[in-house]
Design a protein around this ligand. Structure first.
Ligand code: ATP
Ligand code: MG
Length: 736
């Protein structure tokens, strides 16, 4: 059969083993995702109905691609693949809960709160409790709440366990947040999973219905599933246990989101007798790239280990570029990208980095040299303020109790509803334990100030509800945008700040029209808007993508530039205190390296302006660089150092000083060349990056200066002895 001819024997085994549990454990680029795609196509060819098959992917985009790929594969046989369940865990749970809303005790029109809505709900909770945001920042609180939910810790338990006033307050915010969501009939991302799992666990009828329907289950990137997702797989597997999961322990990069290591061992425990299949041939990268990546990740202690063989031959050496600073790094990468594209405009290229904020210099360079690029994981279309505003209006029509949606648009465009009015509305809602929407008539009855503007707003929404009852979704949006004055307002704003809000609103209208043509409902559109993730915006027609290492998972590019290989960035500063966290950073590095098909370039900057410290500061090379074998990498033209030297390279004080003077006001040179003599303020800063001689350790570079006067302490990095800390007056250092 043609389908199976495109697979190697191990892949074929995994694809055809459709009876009983299967675990595919394999390294990057060995065709795990391909196994899932072909397996689903194979099932369809065997006459299994699409609606009996579930494939869980990591992003909605991956789901789309898989759907198209499967349709291509089965088309010749005249099979229909349109109703296969292919989605992320979250999208699947949303669909399940909509269908089972009554059994789950939910209103069918529940809203889904995405990250931004969740943060807004936390802010609302803070306001309700009169806790200042300065003391309790909403985002970390949101993460804390999410963590608690995922560990089934209730607000009461969180409060009981709190050992400081901050913890008690956090628990109170958690309780209030939950109450806001309940009143708004909204679910956040954690709820989607938790509620769906709880429903399947507790309601045997529902469970039977779904597990009988979804007879064949496959899960990609299984190393990153969390406890609820694992439980969901167990519950859906039913008696037939036709489950195939694929993954790579070395690519587990989401432990902070609750993915727990040991997924594969647990799978074997949950599904005794599971067949384990290993894939060892890599079809993506050259052998040099694979060996370099394998060498880095082999420094992790907690792994099983495996060998990867490239089918593509050995390939070119890795390039290493040591840049003076971030813009020099971007220059180098921009130049390389331009010349690769001159070689072949069909190449795909990616610049990968650890933190989203690193994209800026690359964007500037690429824009200047006129190369089209896309930043993945920036603001996606559905996260733009105007799109969210418009959809919040639509949400209100379905469900006026949605507090977050209501607050979002209550005074947008401005209609004279000020902070005082909103505060008293919140107070009334809280006192009477009702939604903000339901509080409006109560506040009107009290004849409070600003009540008439609120009543007008409410009447407007009621009118829309009536008017839109028989309209199609495209028309609904049009009515809302024109009658609220939102479109006019957006156009005015566009005029003021030269933005494209109105255009985006038209695009939204197109998106809705398209979705409706494809048989979706307006609610499907709303769900999708809430569920889009960063990587969903990934567009393969644009040659160059800039993205974080997290977003790069599962993707592949002809040429990859892995930038910012510095201590504090990769591994990230937050991870440095724990071996486990550093191991996760190393896996991220491995994920990045293994995205490359033809060439891989690594780079780092000697000086970088860090976010926390606006000054330019010397950055030490990432420890991962030293883990790449020297014979697999060569210095790029213009690099400040050879790859083997990276560990020993000393920052250049002249350069640092010139940059420093440019950044600050010019100051006089230190009068003396002795380190001890230039003790005061600004002069101390200038010593950072200076080269010094120590009687026993030899030549080194000053990295950090703390305290003043007699207590002044210096951190110095030595060529052969690593980093040492001294009290200056005892250290006998001489500037050289
Ligand atoms: P990752 O761990 O990065 O997710 P993966 O194991 O899922 O990687 P795939 O993305 O499925 O790997 O495959 C990597 C590349 O190799 C893809 O371009 C795929 O089409 C190709 N490939 C996989 N198996 C084969 C095969 N048997 N013959 C030809 N090409 C293959
Ligand atoms: Mg994959």
């Amino acid at each position: 059969m043609a389908l199976l001819d495109e697979l190697n024997p191990q892949q074929r085994e995994a694809v055809t083993a459709t009876d009983g549990p299967v675990l595919v454990l394999a390294g990057a680029g060995t065709g795990k995702t391909r196994v899932i795609t072909y397996r689903v196509a194979h099932l369809i060819e065997q006459g299994i109905a699409g609606r009996n098959i579930l494939a869980v992917t990591f992003t909605n985009k991956a789901a789309d691609q898989m759907r198209h790929r499967i349709a291509d594969l089965v088309r010749s046989g005249g099979h229909d693949a349109s109703d296969i369940w292919i989605s992320t865990f979250h999208s699947f749970c949303a669909r399940l809960l909509r269908r089972e809303a009554p059994s789950a005790g939910l209103s069918r029109s529940f809203a889904i709160y995405d990250d931004d809505d969740q943060t807004r709900a936390v802010k609302l909770a803070l306001q309700n409790l009169k806790f200042p945001e300065k003391e309790l920042a909403p985002r970390p609180l949101r993460d804390r709440i999410s963590h608690a939910k995922n560990h089934s810790i209730s607000p009461d338990e969180m409060e009981a366990e709190a050992f400081d006033p901050f913890g008690k307050k956090a628990a109170a915010v958690y309780r209030e947040y939950e109450s806001i969501l309940r009143k708004s009939a909204a679910l956040d991302f954690d709820d989607l999973l938790l509620r769906a799992v709880a429903l399947l666990r507790e309601n045997s009828q529902v469970r039977a219905r779904w597990s009988e329907q979804l007879r064949f289950i496959q899960v990609d990137e299984f190393q990153d599933t969390n406890a609820s997702q694992e439980e969901m797989v167990r519950l859906l597997a039913g008696k037939e246990r036709n489950v195939c999961v694929v993954g790579d322990e070395d690519q587990s990069i989401y432990s902070w989101r609750g993915a727990v290591s040991g997924n594969f061992q647990r799978f074997l425990g949950d599904f005794p007798g599971a067949r384990t299949i290993r894939l060892e041939e890599n079809y993506r990268s050259t052998q040099v790239i694979l060996d370099a990546a394998a060498s880095v990740v082999s420094h992790n202690r907690t792994r099983l280990g495996k060998d990867l063989k490239a089918t593509l031959g050995s390939g070119k050496l890795l390039k290493y570029y040591e840049a003076r600073d971030a813009s020099d790094e971007a220059e180098y990468i921009g130049g390389e990208i331009a010349s690769r594209l001159r070689e072949d405009p069909r190449f795909t290229l990616a610049v990968l980095y650890r933190t989203a904020a690193q994209s800026r210099p690359f964007e500037e360079t690429l824009r200047r040299i006129g190369v089209r690029y896309r930043v993945v994981g920036g603001f996606s279309f559905y996260q733009r303020a105007e799109v969210k505003d418009a959809l919040a209006y639509v949400r209100l029509l379905f469900h006026p109790d949605d507090d977050v949606a209501l607050l979002r648009v209550l005074n947008v465009p401005p209609r004279g509803i000020g902070k005082v009015t909103i505060d008293s509305l919140r107070a009334v809602a809280r006192e009477s334990n009702v939604s903000l929407w339901q509080a409006i008539p109560r506040i009107a009855a009290q004849k409070a100030r600003g009540a008439s503007a609120l009543t007008d707003f409410r009447q407007m929404v009621l009118n829309f509800m009536e008017e839109c009852a028989n309209k199609n979704p495209g028309e609904i949006l049009e009515v809302i945008l024109s009658r609220t004055g939102y479109l006019d307002w957006a156009e005015q704003q566009d005029h003021l700040d030269n933005s494209a809000r109105a255009e985006n609103l038209r695009e939204l209208s197109n998106a809705i029209a398209e979705a409706i043509e494809q048989g979706e409902t307006l609610e499907d559109v709303l769900d999708r808007a809430s569920l889009v993730s960063d990587t969903d915006e990934f567009d393969q027609t644009i040659p160059v993508s800039l993205m974080t290492l997290h977003s790069a998972k599962g993707l592949e590019f002809d040429h990859v530039f892995l930038a910012g290989l510095e201590e504090g960035l990769l591994p990230h500063g937050r991870s440095m205190n724990s071996d486990n966290d550093v191991e996760e950073e190393r896996r991220l590095c491995y994920v990045g390296m293994t995205r490359a098909k033809r060439t891989l370039a690594l780079s780092r900057a000697v000086y970088r302006r860090s976010w926390a410290n606006a000054d330019l500061a010397p950055a030490a090379p990432s420890r991962f660089l030293a883990e790449v074998p020297g014979d697999l990498v060569e210095a790029a033209q213009g690099s400040l150092a050879e790859p083997g030297e990276t560990r020993r390279y000393e920052p250049d004080p002249d350069y640092y000083e010139s940059q420093f003077r440019r950044a600050k006001k010019p100051t006089a040179h230190p009068a003396s060349r002795s380190a001890a003599a230039s003790a005061s303020g600004g002069a101390a800063n200038r010593l950072i990056g200076a080269r010094v001689r120590h009687p026993s350790y030899g030549i080194g570079t000053i990295l950090k200066i703390e305290d003043e006067g007699d207590d002044r302490r210096l951190t110095v990095s030595f060529r052969d002895y690593g980093t040492k800390k001294f009290i200056e007056r005892y250290a006998h250092l001489q500037i050289v």
